[in-house]
Write a protein that binds this ligand. Sequence first.
Ligand SMILES: Cc1cc2nc3c(=O)[nH]c(=O)nc-3n(C[C@H](O)[C@H](O)[C@H](O)COP(=O)(O)OP(=O)(O)OC[C@H]3O[C@@H](n4cnc5c(N)ncnc54)[C@H](O)[C@@H]3O)c2cc1C
Length: 459
Amino acid sequence: MATHLDDVLDSARGFLGERISTNASLREQHSHGEDTNPPLLPDAVAFVESTEEAARLLALCDARRVPVVPFGAGTSLEGHVTPVRGGISLDLSRMTRVLEVNEPDMDCRIQAGVTRQQLNAHLRDAGLFFPVDPGSECTIGGMCATRASGTNAVRYGTIRENVLGLTVALADGRVIRTGGRVRKSSTGYDLTRLFIGSEGTLGVITEIQLRLHGIPEAMSAAVCQFPALAGAVETVIAVMQAGIPVARIEFLDEQMMEATIAHAKLEGYAARPTLFFEFHGSEAGVAEQAQMAEALAEEHGGSGFRWASNAEARNRLWKARHDAYWAALAYRPGHRVLTTDAIVPISRLAEAVLGARADIDASGFTAPMVGHVGDGNFHTTIMVPDEPGALERAWALDRRIVSRALALGGSCSGEHGVGIGKREFLEIEHGAESLAVMRSLKTTLDPNGILNPGKMFLN
Ligand SMILES: Cc1cc2nc3c(=O)[nH]c(=O)nc-3n(C[C@H](O)[C@H](O)[C@H](O)COP(=O)(O)OP(=O)(O)OC[C@H]3O[C@@H](n4cnc5c(N)ncnc54)[C@H](O)[C@@H]3O)c2cc1C
């Protein structure tokens, strides 16, 4: 007997052809992200190439109550793309066209499957760049859906501050455009921000209007090492409180530094708590910012400021930082990684980081730490051995670190999102009434509950 899924497959083949498939290896590839949740297979995978195709597929699935899980590059870290109720994994990674670049207005329109690396390669000759830089090769649609950020957020903002508007295919197949090209507008509800961070539960983002930035006249990176964790973290707090407009300020603890030195073959550095800085601006501005940061670092025990002003040296340093996750994996071969993503107000950063370190030491896990500390956001990469009970103990450690961050006025996730792994914290963080409003928005936009079911909310 034909099922609802068969109906969808038959109809969708009419416009997607072989781009909708039940092939076993494709289903396996779409059964998980970069996380530790158990993989679950979708019934089929569909590769859409336009807004119209996404909308037609959604309308078919909605009419037959078949779940749809939007899929970008599958790099998310909280079980976001796991099809917990089966259905169709709707893959947008082939939507890679840069639709327009408006150089005088410094904005562009792209399809949702474009990656930041592809966009920046496209913009290279225009003297413009897109600054939001997660340490993965992910799609910008996925970044919108997870409200992602990266090392530049302290200066240029997260994806939220860099999206001007969206095209979204809704669950029933309607298509809406939100926002526009202007830098500000005071008309209507802010639907753009509603979809940013909605994790594929409210609609499928197919096109994005982005803000771009001019490449600064001067850029300089520096590395400073500290005898103890506290000095590094206190330097970050002092730099931010002094209002120094750093472009990046990233923290690596001694274990992460050891892993990174080995993985990136960095020479001349010790396995000690370390800050990576980057300054952007005019030649004089960069020099002044750097001097002020150096003086504050010295006050907190930092020494040996090492500069990297040419592009090659800077890129090498930041590639090493971006590859911290892979460095951690190589540090303990055969282990899986569970990454925490707590964020606290900057004045509470020392308590949060030192408390996390004490929790890690008490747990017996190896867990190198790294963080976008200028925003108060830090990650512990808990290395989980292949032993009975280890994953449960790692989750217990994750929960201790999150609980402290919440008690300090922070959030369980600065940039990775909720997915499956952080659902239990949503009510604690936002309160029951706010959660009820979120649920009613979900019901309004997706009354049949087909979009990424089982995510964001506990039931
Ligand atoms: C090594 C490594 C480093 C990382 N570093 C960072 C970091 O520095 N900062 C950071 O923020 N994150 C980081 N991440 C996490 C991850 O890369 C981000 O969450 C990223 O934004 C996910 O994008 P994606 O294309 O892989 O999305 P996916 O994993 O495919 O999807 C993520 C979620 O978004 C939904 N979704 C995807 N595309 C769309 C769309 N077009 N419309 C609607 N919903 C959609 C999915 O349903 C899912 O819920 C890192 C991950 C790894 C593995």
